[in-house]
Design a binder for this molecule. Structure first.
Ligand code: CP3
Length: 367
C-alpha cells in the first residue's frame, strides 16, 4: 500500500487512448496496433544496447529495460508499449536458478519434478520487485498518453519450463505430472500463479494501463485437462490484479493469449480475461463466433479481440501482406473491440521497416 497507483495520476490518463478504448469495446480514434515481441532482435537499436549484457541482466537494469521498451514505440508509432521483461524474470527475482540461453530460451539449473522440489521453491518478495516498478515508472514518464502493457507468464507455460528444466516441444513433463501427481502439480501451479500475479500487479501499480497473461503453450492441452488442471490456476493469477482500476475508475483490461488455443478459447476467457488474444490459426470471425456460442458461467460470451496477423507473412511480398492485414482488420469488425497484433511474436529476422509500414497502413483504415 506504500506504492500509490500511478494510474490514478490525472496527468497520465490513458483511458481515452485507442488501445484502452478498443480493449473496453468502445470506438477508438484510430485503429490500434502493437506487436508481441516488438522490442527485441528485429531492431538494430536493440541489438546495439544489448551488446555484452545477458537477457535477464538487461531486464533487471531499470534504465536499460525502459529504453528497450520505448524503442519500438519511437520507431513504429505503435499504440502501446509492452514492458521489456520475460516470463521467467520473477523466477530469477525469487531466487530460482534460471537463465535465458540465446537461441534456446529459459533453462533452469535444476528441473522441478517432485513434491520436495516444489516445497523448496523460494518465495518472491515484494522488495525484490523494486527494479520492475522502477523500470515501469521511468517508462510511463516517457510514454505520455501512450499506454504501457504489463505482462506475466501463465502458470502452465511457466511450470512447463520448470518441470522440463528448459524448452520442450510437447510439454510431456508437466502434462504427465498433472495426472500422475496432481498434488505436486497443483502446488507448483499455485506457486507459479502467485509469482505471476505479484509480478503483474507490480507493473500495473507502477503505471501499466493493461495486463496480458501469456499462456503460450496452453495449446498443447486437451480442453478437459485445461479446465481441470490449468484454468483454476490462471484464474488465480488474474485474481491478483482483478481489483485494480485506472484513473477513470474502470477495471484495468486483462488480455489472455496463447498459441494453438482454438479449442480452449472460451475456457481461457473464463479464467478471467476481459480481452482474448487470438493466434494466427483461427480467423477472428470464427474466434468471435466460438466465444459467443459458448457463454461462460457468468453469461459472458463475446469479448474484444487482439490479433492475429500471421508472422510468416511479414516476409511475404508487400501486396500479399497488405491484403492479409486488411483482411484481419475487416474480420475484427465483428468483435465488440479489436486491437490489431500478430498471431504470435515478431520473428527476429523481420525487417523492421515492414512493421512500420503495417502500422501506417492500419492507422489509415477507419476504425
Ligand atoms: O516486445 C515484447 O514482447 C517484449 C517482452 C517479452 C520478452 N519475452 C522478451 C524476450 C515478452 C512479453 C516475453 C514473453 C515470453 N518469454 C514468452 C511468452 C510469449 C511468447 O513468445 O510465446 C515466452 C514463452 C518466453 C520464454 C522465452 N524467452 C523464449 C522462448 C525466448 C527466446 C529464446 C531465443 O533466443 O530464441 C526468450 C528470450 C527473450 N525474451 C528474448 C526477448 C526479446 C530474446 C533474447 C535476446 O534478445 O537474446
Amino acid at each position: 500500500a506504500d506504492h500509490p497507483l500511478a494510474t490514478t495520476d490525472p496527468a497520465r490518463s490513458t483511458a481515452g487512448s485507442p488501445l484502452v478504448t478498443a480493449f473496453r469495446g468502445g470506438t477508438p480514434s484510430r485503429t490500434p496496433v502493437w506487436f508481441m515481441r516488438q522490442a527485441g532482435r528485429s531492431l538494430p537499436e536493440y541489438r546495439e544496447v544489448r551488446q555484452g549484457i545477458g537477457m535477464l541482466e538487461s531486464c533487471l537494469k531499470p534504465e536499460l529495460a525502459s529504453e528497450i521498451t520505448l524503442q519500438p514505440v519511437r520507431r513504429h508509432d505503435v499504440d502501446a508499449a509492452i514492458f521489456f521483461s520475460d516470463i521467467v524474470v520473477p523466477l530469477r527475482l525469487a531466487g530460482v536458478d534460471v537463465d535465458i540461453v540465446p537461441g534456446t530460451g529459459p533453462v533452469l539449473g535444476q528441473a522441478v519434478r517432485t513434491a520436495a522440489d516444489v516445497a523448496a521453491l523460494p518465495e518472491l518478495t515484494d522488495e525484490s520487485l523494486e527494479p520492475i516498478r522502477e523500470a515501469v515508472r521511468l517508462t510511463v514518464a516517457e510514454l505520455g498518453s501512450t499506454p504501457l502493457i504489463g505482462f506475466a507468464g501463465a502458470p502452465f507455460t511457466v511450470a512447463a519450463y520448470m518441470v522440463e528444466g528448459g524448452p520442450s516441444r510437447d510439454h510431456l513433463g508437466p502434462r504427465t505430472m498433472m495426472h500422475a501427481d496432481p498434488e505436486t502439480w497443483n502446488a507448483l501451479a499455485t506457486w507459479a500463479a502467485n509469482t505471476a500475479g505479484a509480478f503483474l500487479r507490480a507493473q500495473i501499480e507502477a503505471g501499466a494501463s493493461a495486463g496480458q497473461l501469456f499462456d503460450s503453450w496452453a495449446g498443447s492441452l486437451s480442453l478437459a485437462d485445461y479446465e481441470q488442471y490449468v484454468q483454476p490456476h490462471s484464474a488465480h493469477a488474474f485474481s491478483h490484479v482483478r481489483d485494480l482500476v485506472d484513473g477513470s475508475g474502470q477495471p484495468v483490461p486483462l488480455v489472455h493469449f496463447g498459441t494453438g488455443t482454438s479449442e480452449i478459447l472460451p475456457a481461457m476467457r473464463d479464467a478471467g480475461a476481459s480481452v482474448m488474444g487470438v493466434d494466427y490459426r483461427l480467423p477472428l470471425g470464427e474466434a468471435h463466433r466460438r466465444l459467443g456460442a459458448t457463454p461462460g458461467p457468468d453469461g459472458r460470451g463475446t469479448v474484444p479481440l487482439q490479433g492475429n496477423i500471421d508472422p510468416a507473412l511479414l516476409s511475404a511480398p508487400w501486396e500479399v501482406l497488405e491484403a492479409h492485414v486488411r483482411e484481419v482488420v475487416e474480420a475484427g469488425r465483428v468483435a465488440p473491440g479489436h486491437v490489431v497484433n500478430l498471431g504470435h511474436g515478431v520473428p527476429p529476422t523481420t525487417d523492421p521497416t515492414v512493421l512500420t509500414r503495417i502500422v501506417d497502413l492500419i492507422h489509415s483504415i477507419q476504425p
